[in-house]
Design a protein around this ligand. Structure first.
Ligand code: MN
Ligand code: MN
Length: 292
């Protein structure tokens, strides 16, 4: 990997880990998700990064892809479990990292299961390591803690302005001979659950990505398209759109969806409680965890 590119990955990682840990300290029952999301995104910019995606603040059965909407009154409940998943980019080079905060002893055990799995998985990372080996280790570690891995959520490669590059890094044992390459940027993200081990799409959609441009006559839709285009193919939040009204935001997005230039990230929901831990790494003989 180019030294200049590596520097940018390292800088993004430092900002992401700092902001993530500060957010973990702030996350307490009664705190509003909106306040936490704005803190994460503002801190990221203050430290010289840009959000690579909206702060994902997913409670309880929601595994991923919840971000607050404008004036969202949701506060962290007592006895809940919260996944804080944040992305930071520097010139398109991304750090993707998550921690879980648990507000009961039982849920703390669930949180630990995904943390142990991540720690065990990282020990295997080196050039030539089989992805299947990492996946098997994640599944085994989570099951040894008495939980299930979420089988349809995976880790992934990272590329410039591109969040879900190859390879996929599943959280359950897989077959195949995909191997890690020297200098590759990857994110490993085990999810543990006391539910069925499988998420389904839920609503409302609050995170989107623009996939192209088309002539749009509706003024609000055009305004949304121009706004979304600034993220260079990275996801954005409905909340970020330049309208005071949620109604206007949603109408403009619906128009872009109908034009076929909008990708949706619906909240992903389990039947049970879910925990997640994630780090970004650069594969090498000494793997570099950029988000430690
Ligand atoms: Mn993530
Ligand atoms: Mn990720």
């Amino acid at each position: 990997m180019d030294a200049d590119v590596k520097e940018k990955y390292i800088k993004a990682g430092k900002i992401a880990s700092h902001v993530r840990d500060a957010a973990v300290k702030k996350a307490k029952p009664g705190v509003k998700l909106l306040e936490l999301a704005e803190f994460i995104e503002n801190e990221t910019r203050k430290l010289g990064g840009e959000p690579a995606f909206p702060a994902n603040l997913s409670l309880n059965e929601i595994a991923a892809h919840y971000t607050p909407y404008k004036n969202d009154p949701t506060a962290i409940p007592e006895n809940s479990i919260l996944k804080i998943d944040i992305g930071v980019h520097v010139d398109g080079y991304v750090a993707d990292t998550a921690r879980t905060v648990a507000f009961s002893a039982a849920l703390q055990k669930l949180s630990d299961a995904s943390r142990f799995a991540l720690e065990e998985a990282i020990k295997i990372v080196k050039p030539g390591a089989r992805v299947a080996e990492i996946s098997r280790k994640i599944e085994e570690t989570i099951k040894s803690c008495g939980y299930r891995p979420v089988s349809n959520l995976t880790g992934h490669g990272l590329d410039r302005y591109f969040l879900h590059a190859s390879p996929q890094i599943p959280n359950v044992a897989v077959t195949g001979d995909v191997r890690l390459k020297d200098g590759q940027a990857i994110a490993i993200e085990p999810f543990a659950t006391d539910g069925r081990g499988f998420v389904r799409e839920s609503s409302p959609v609050l995170i989107y990505m623009l996939t192209g441009r088309k002539p749009v006559r509706n003024m609000d839709a055009r305004k949304s398209m121009e706004f979304a285009d600034k993220f260079g193919g990275l996801p954005f939040a409905e909340r970020w759109l330049p309208f005071d009204s949620v109604f206007k935001s949603r109408l403009s997005l619906r128009e872009l969806k109908e034009k076929g230039i909008l990708y949706e990230y619906p909240p992903l929901k389990e039947t049970g409680m879910v925990s997640q831990h994630e780090h970004t790494l650069i594969v090498g003989d000494e793997p570099l965890v950029t988000t430690l």
